[in-house]
Design a protein around this ligand. Structure first.
Ligand code: GUN
Ligand code: ZN
Length: 489
């Protein structure tokens, strides 16, 4: 158990990993995107998904179970033959139908048996997707039912098939944490965070991040985490940085049917495009006007192809960013696409302590890109480091220490957003940061908090040279810190 997920590198809470799926005899590189295939309504031939980069797909076993048309071929030939896909196949259980229509006519054991019979590689019990904002009583009650079904699944003879253990808890981070702890204790294999679709549909990215962070606190580091129903490439980087490893996209097909065109900055409508802002084969070969002129089914298929190219392209960008240690720069860039994404990023940074635990000690240069950069985990880590130092008894802090070389006190640099830079540390990460010349007040305020950490954890007499600090940062300085406005530049 639990040797099927191997982690290779971290950036913030994001990680590169390998999910071994024994029944399919494949290894899936994570973060991974699972295209949703509806066997009744294949927008893209699943046999072609590998061309886009898909190593794993997801389909709904309950839809297959309920269909006279595909049920028998699925049982007879197995899903891999039915879909002509030799990667890994995850199946969902019908919980979505349960949430939509109130009941389904199978229980967990029956639908797990069916998933095993049709050759699923990762199967799902019938969890209860409690919607956001449900009252705590309802959430708690439904979590108990879900947990009982996870325990049924844990007793189920799955053979080599892996099992999902969905984590519910609606919009209560503490309940998400508890649900995750209980799910993890079952010893099941993959941990989808459930019922986030209504949050995502309403652009509630901050609450999505809080739900993920809550669930992550209850799970072991070795738990592969799937964000159920999250398929818009705009938010992949944010969700990966919060610790999600798997995503499934129905969006690529659903949006295509409405003429909607996905980008990493949001959604466009084909009718409103004069130029394609994309380099994929679909967009390079034709203009929007030409695509509008095609028959509906062809237009939908081509739009779906573009949507998939964009989604997999973003996944590759994210993986490369984790390798290079600039995932947070990517998230910060994506956060500029929509104010609600900015909320998501700010919510992520509110979990700086949790982010900091897995964030590597050293990466490529820290790029200060906006006021949000001042709240990154590296800044917090530097402040923690300051608290462990013994500074000189009489310390002068200046943004340009060379200008004060003749001072009686020892002189250290102070660099927004980090704060005091002890001598000898200025060439170490993150103090090698690239900063704009025109810094905002948040950088100075973060630096003031760094000065305070040093003042509060040592007996040093600290003087800060005010060579143009904003009042909002000077106001934050602790009582004991002197401000020198007279020292000449
Ligand atoms: N698909 C999207 N959300 C959910 C969920 O909460 N549970 C299951 N089983 N499938 C989903
Ligand atoms: Zn394109």
């Amino acid at each position: 158990m639990r040797d099927h997920f191997e982690l290779q590198a971290y950036d913030a809470m994001g990680r590169l990993g390998e999910l071994t799926v024994p029944r399919a005899d494949v290894t899936v590189e994570t973060p991974a995107l699972l295209p949703v295939i509806n066997p009744h309504h294949e927008t893209i031939d699943p046999g072609r998904l590998a061309e886009f980069g898909a190593e794993i797909l997801i389909t709904n076993s309950y839809v297959i179970y309920g269909s006279d048309e595909v049920r028998e071929p699925a049982l007879e030939d197995g899903l891999h033959d039915l879909l002509d896909f030799d990667g890994a196949i995850m199946t969902d259980s019908g919980s979505f139908q349960l949430a939509e229509y109130g009941e389904i006519d199978v229980n967990t054991t029956e639908i797990l048996e069916f998933q095993r019979e049709i050759g699923s590689d990762i199967a799902t019990p019938v969890d209860i997707p409690t919607p956001p904002d449900a009252d705590r009583e309802q959430v708690g009650r439904e979590m108990e039912t879900t947990q009982a079904r996870l325990e049924t699944a844990a007793d189920f003879d799955a053979g080599e098939m892996l099992l999902n253990a969905p984590v519910q808890g609606a919009t209560y981070p503490d309940l998400r944490e508890q649900a995750a702890r209980d799910a993890y204790a079952t010893g099941l294999d993959v941990f989808p965070i459930g019922a986030v679709v209504p949050l995502l549909n309403d652009y509630r990215y901050g609450e999505m991040v809080d739900a993920v962070a809550g669930a992550k606190r209850g799970l072991g580091e070795d738990a592969p985490v799937h964000l159920f129903g999250a398929g818009h490439p705009m938010m992949f980087a944010l969700a990966v940085a919060a610790g999600c490893d798997l995503f499934d996209s129905a969006a690529y097909a659903l949006y295509a049917r409405d003429g909607r065109y996905l980008t990493v900055r949001g959604t466009e409508h084909l009718d409103e495009l004069e130029h394609f802002p994309c380099e994929c084969p679909v967009c390079s070969a034709r203009t929007p006007a030409e695509l509008r002129d095609r028959p509906t089914h062809e237009r939908t298929k081509l739009l779906a192809e573009h949507n998939l190219h964009v989604s997999f392209g973003e996944m590759r960008r994210i993986k490369q960013a984790i390798r290079q240690g600039n995932l947070l720069e990517l998230v910060e860039t994506r956060a500029r696409a929509h104010p609600t994404m900015l909320d998501g990023y700010r919510a992520l940074l509110d979990h700086a302590e949790q982010l900091e635990r897995t964030d590597p000690a050293s990466k490529d240069a820290f790029f200060y890109l906006s006021g949000e950069s001042a709240a990154r985990p590296e800044v917090r880590r530097h402040h923690d480091r300051l608290a462990r130092l013994s500074p000189p008894a009489d310390l002068l802090l200046a943004t340009d220490p060379d200008a004060h070389a003749g001072a009686d006190a020892d002189v250290w640099a102070v660099e927004p957003p980090f704060g005091p830079v002890p001598r000898g540390l200025d060439q170490t990460y993150p103090l090698t940061a690239e900063l704009p010349d025109r810094l905002d007040d948040r950088a100075y305020r973060a630096a003031a908090r760094g000065v305070n950490r040093l003042a509060e954890t040592s007996d040093a007499a600290i003087t800060l040279v005010d060579d143009g600090w904003p009042a909002s940062a000077l106001d934050l300085l602790a009582e004991g810190v002197d401000i020198d406005t007279t020292v000449e530049e």
